[in-house]
Design a protein. Structure first.
Length: 194
């Protein structure tokens, strides 16, 4: 992998919100004032999305006190805490620049009827740490299956001879040596792997 791409890949978020042009969203942004840090919410319509990779941005427009305000956010920025979907808009264009010339209710997009408001996320990169853990669990399950099979064979013979009260005691004794056998098998596997 290229050095620049590997550095960019480290900076990207694992999951990003599924954004569409025309949706009304609330963007929770971290703002630093002196030594204090707070979260400010900016609600508006997404008028454009552009770029790709770590440089992907989206622009949100709102009208505040009769003045149109547009803010551009980096999707992978650590300053963007989260993006909430408020309303699903119906847009047939990639860029909604025509909303800049409109006033009042006409400056909004139509709502997609019957659309569910769900905060969907797109997974960009998955955690690599989880994959080895799954393999270890699979190995433990295989060992557990082996321990279950061995005691059943040993207990089956004494069942006919011993009464029901003494049946539980040999089963416990039979399970302890099986665990030691499994540990020995694991030790052999590790020596074979080396």
């Amino acid at each position: 992998m290229d050095i620049i791409k590997s550095i960019e890949h480290e900076q990207m978020k694992n999951k990003i919100p599924a954004l569409k042009v025309g949706d009304t969203v609330k963007v929770h942004q971290r703002i630093k004032e002196g030594n204090r840090e707070r979260i400010q919410v900016f609600e508006g319509i997404i008028i454009k999305k552009q770029g790709g990779g770590v440089n992907a941005t989206f622009t949100v427009r709102r009208v505040a006190y009769g003045v149109g305000v547009e803010k551009t956010f980096l999707i992978h920025s650590p300053m963007v805490e989260k993006v909430e979907l408020v309303r699903v808009g119906k847009a047939r264009r990639a860029k909604l620049y025509y909303l800049r010339d409109r006033l009042g209710k006409s400056a909004k997009t139509k709502e997609a009827i019957g659309a569910r408001i769900e905060d969907k996320e797109i997974t960009i990169k998955e955690d690599i740490v989880e994959a080895p853990v799954a393999e270890e669990v699979a190995n433990e399950e295989v060992a557990a299956v082996e321990t279950v099979e061995t005691p059943v064979e040993e207990v089956a013979a004494p069942v006919a001879e011993a009464p029901a009260t003494e049946e539980a005691a040999p089963a416990v004794e039979a399970e302890a040596p099986v665990a030691e056998e499994v540990k020995e098998e694991k030790a052999e596997e590790t020596t074979d792997a080396e």
